[in-house]
Design a binder for this molecule. Sequence first.
Ligand SMILES: [Zn+2]
Length: 170
Amino acid sequence: METSFEINLDPVDMSYFVMRPLEIAEIKLPTVGIVSSRYGMRMHPITHRKEMHRGIDLVNERFSPLFAVCNGIVEKVGEDRYMGKYVILSTVWGEVYYAHCSKVLVKEGTFVSAGDIIALMGNTGRSTGVHLHFGVKEGENWLEPELLLSLSYISYAWRILEVKGLIWLR
Ligand SMILES: [Zn+2]
């Protein structure tokens, strides 16, 4: 029996994570939701063509809050026919994308902290239902967002240790 996994990062890219140990303590989930589509090759639900899905889709009710996953600056707030209403944060992890929002609550150039509500979930742009499309881009490369999101659990565990006084970072 053969089991195969598709891993989208080569080993060199892991430096992306190990070079930023302190920031790991500052990662939150972008929203609460069910994963409806993961990063990687997929059959697109609208075009019915096989294409790369450069982010992760999380489904919840319309107007569910979307949170800044880490500290950053609001790089762009916009709207187009693909991403719908979107917001891009500039962070130490790269550019963080939130697409298909019903409403963006922050303005370009402002600082956001991990956990701040920055937008509300919606169904704008090229979308077949209410969801958040969450993407992470460093330079020209789209990254596997689940790796960043998995760090939010480490961050959560980290905070528990911090609250219990077992580690002191700041
Ligand atoms: Zn998506």
